[in-house]
Design a protein around this ligand. Structure first.
Ligand code: PLP
Length: 369
């Protein structure tokens, strides 16, 4: 088979287009014909459908996942002098959103294997100036919400979910996006629910917060030319909203395809590398299939030699990134996150990955010595 010689890509954006072409073309035509190219019907319909999907009351679309996080923080009035508790292991955007408000990120280390923040670490990080707890459902694994909820309630703090990697995941039967007080989603093309460009959304049951965010994303205005907040411009594009509606209808099915691949990796790679752990009662959505190996670079080169692309999520943790220097952390302070940065390798996974590519990944990892 020619596949044998071909590359196993880490991610390929095109199969989603190929599979959904007719519906995406109809969605494109509907928006073009409507003459409404900012806000309006299409984003509103997507917001209603995505809120229902997350089993939450409200959704407000915005420009991207970073803005979704920042809009939530601003919506809560968080700014200079405030502290926000955040996991040490995440994409840098989680930290940058906090820094953009002028607040200080206070890091909580994570346990390699679960990849999520340790609830005891969260409890220890809460201080007098803490205004919110950010949780990240890393790689699509829901965070330990019951214990985190108890900490948040003790201190009357809101929980902000960074759900950019976890669209559709469940914990004890409940969807991420309605496990905390407000949730940020990204629709970057490679995410489980991806647009064909940038996009983001905030999901919440808090009507007051959502109303504030609708203003903040649109020049502080709810009524044309009435600007009562110092808002910016971060609106979900109607074309992307129309495309997202098509893909949302497939999300559960596409997440199930990811889960089937993850199940094979977990069954067939036992003993080859440290496999991701999952909590009982969770349905992770496998945005990333992360393994840990002491010889990560050599394993990555071995797979590359077999035509298999891999990634590292992420080689530099936020607390050691130049972008977050003002947070004031040094190497050695977050050993769990630093260990992940040095040993994590992401194997290809996705709803359009053919079974023979999964076979090849498994065979290649097993042949590593
Ligand atoms: C992708 C991602 C973001 C940022 O989303 P953008 O849409 O690229 O701004 C934030 N947090 C996490 C955990 C992400 O994976």
């Amino acid at each position: 088979m020619s596949n044998e010689a071909g590359t196993v890509p880490y991610f390929d954006a095109r199969p989603a287009w190929t599979e959904l072409q007719a519906e995406l073309e109809a969605a494109w035509r509907r928006v073009m014909d409507s003459g409404r190219y900012i806000l309006g019907d299409e984003p509103e319909r997507f917001e209603a459908e995505f809120a229902a999907f997350c089993e939450a009351r409200f959704c407000a679309g915005c420009g991207n996942g970073l803005d979704a996080l920042r809009l939530i923080l601003e919506g809560y009035g968080i700014g200079p002098g405030d502290e926000v508790v955040v996991p040490a292991h995440t994409f840098v955007a989680t930290w940058l959103a906090i820094l953009q408000t002028g607040a200080k990120p206070v890091a909580v280390d994570v346990r390699p294997g679960s990849f999520n923040a340790d609830p005891e670490g969260i409890a220890a990080a809460v201080r007098a100036r803490t205004r919110a707890i950010v949780v990240v459902h890393m790689y699509g694994q829901p965070a330990e919400m019951e214990r985190i909820r108890a900490i948040a309630e003790r201190h009357a703090l809101p929980i902000i979910e960074d759900a950019a990697q976890a669209h559709g995941a469940r914990r004890n039967g409940r969807r991420v996006g309605s496990l905390g007080d407000a949730a940020a989603f990204s629709f970057y093309p490679a995410k489980n629910l991806g647009a064909f460009g940038d996009g983001g959304a905030v999901v919440s049951n808090d009507e007051r917060l959502i109303r504030q965010i609708r203003k903040l994303r649109n020049y502080g205005s709810e009524i044309k030319y009435v600007h009562d907040l110092k808002g910016g411009n971060s609106r979900l594009d109607p074309l992307q909203a129309a495309f997202l509606r098509v893909r949302l209808a497939r999300l559960d099915e596409w997440n199930a395809r990811r889960a089937a691949i993850a199940a094979r990796y977990r069954a067939e790679l036992t003993g080859c590398c440290a496999l991701p752990e999952t909590d009982a009662g969770t349905d992770p959505v496998w945005h990333v299939f992360a393994v840990l190996h002491r010889e990560r670079e050599r394993l990555g080169r071995h797979l590359e030699g077999h035509g298999i692309q891999t990634q590292r999520h992420y080689p530099v943790p936020p607390h050691l990134s130049g972008a977050c220097a003002e947070a004031g952390y040094r190497r050695g302070e977050m050993p769990g996150a630093e260990e992940i940065a040095e040993t994590e390798l992401s194997l290809p996974i996705g709803p359009h990955m053919p079974a023979e590519h999964v076979d090849r990944v498994i065979a290649a990892v097993r042949s590593f010595s």
